[in-house]
Design a protein around this ligand. Sequence first.
Ligand SMILES: Nc1nc2c(ncn2[C@@H]2O[C@H](COP(=O)(O)OP(=O)(O)OP(=O)(O)O)[C@@H](O)[C@H]2O)c(=O)[nH]1
Ligand SMILES: [Mg+2]
Length: 282
Amino acid sequence: MSIQWYPGHMARARRLVQENLKLVDVVIELLDARIPASSRNPLIGKILGGKPHLVVLNKADLADPDLTRAWVDWFRARGLPSVAVDSTRRKGVAEIPVLVRRLVEDKIAPLAARGRRPRHPRCMVVGIPNVGKSFFINALVGSRVTRTGNRPGVTRGQQWVRLARGVELLDTPGVLWPKFDDPQVALKLAATGAIKEEVFDVEEVAAWLAEWLLQSFPRALEERYGLERLPARGYQVLELIGARRGLMGPGGTVDIFRASVYLLKEFREGRLGRFTLDLPPG
Ligand SMILES: Nc1nc2c(ncn2[C@@H]2O[C@H](COP(=O)(O)OP(=O)(O)OP(=O)(O)O)[C@@H](O)[C@H]2O)c(=O)[nH]1
Ligand SMILES: [Mg+2]
């Protein structure tokens, strides 16, 4: 993310989303399938008001498939249609226009019954930085782009794109802030890449992640780095990984910073496996 979130930024982000909210029938809330709880904006319910809304778990290719299913069920059980997607491979996105249409059916059916041709349902995407909003929109839109003209009330430069089933999508997503007052959430956001490296301590995050892997998936560490006896603490794992990969500093000792950057990169690219850091509550 390019900015730190201060109260002024948050108020502005909220205002922008709420202005566009007036123009749409359905909101698509984009979450990171690896951290569905931690990648939610803490005020999402308030910001969206009662607007029909669906939850898309993006980056599902990097998340634990069983836990993704559990999260989808969790959202559905709470009345929120939900679907998992991989925006880089356009997997799962075909269902989105169907879900959007279904959410507005109640509004449209009475009009259709009276012989009126209802207008196309409109939707927009919201999500925290780096959750994959641009990739998701590109995946949804695909190559068959029909851009419609600017609409009054829409910020200049914003456009509507026609999707399948006549659904129209605002091509500019709403950017919302993540939760950052909870240290666990901040660590998960940092580990998955939702927060820029400059604003957190890379070694602290990598040590936390190493410790999480140590406790939850020690086999993944053993296999990926050929480690035989795992140590007790995260930073010791970093030392071993650094030694294995020859990430040395001056003086011939392991450069923990380089090992930290390396582990985070590997984790984010899914090289250690598919992991979900948040469990559905209850
Ligand atoms: N593996 C995987 N990576 C994804 C997926 N969607 C997006 N990404 C990656 O996530 C990163 C961020 O994607 P963007 O689409 O730029 O995210 P954004 O939400 O538009 O980010 P901002 O514009 O900064 O708010 C990119 O490096 C993408 O390659 C996905 O479904 N799977
Ligand atoms: Mg973007």
